[in-house]
Design a protein around this ligand. Structure first.
Ligand SMILES: [Zn+2]
Length: 86
């Protein structure tokens, strides 16, 4: 039996996409991790895997709000590295 994966919303552009097409970023006990497998527990946010959506999400404060954490340069770099790897 096949089941579709859940739909999630990008915090950057607001597009609704299949969860597996989005990059999950998670606040795991105060540490921001990029979680490609979607298995890390914690408060998560989803992004289209491109820099436009990351920049939008940071600029409008949506990522900060979703993760309840300030997006430092270090965190920004970590997420952009993951996007560039894709
Ligand atoms: Zn997006």
């Amino acid at each position: 039996m096949q089941s579709r994966s859940p739909i999630r919303q990008c915090v950057g552009c607001g597009a609704r996409r299949d969860k597996i097409e989005l990059l999950r970023v998670v606040n795991n006990k105060g540490e921001i991790l990029v979680d490609p497998g979607g298995r890390t527990p914690g408060r998560g946010a989803y992004l289209c895997p491109n820099m436009d959506c990351l920049d939008k999400a940071v600029e409008k404060g949506a990522l900060k709000k979703a993760l309840r954490k300030d997006i430092s340069d270090e965190i920004y770099e970590k997420i952009s590295e993951e996007i560039k790897h894709d």
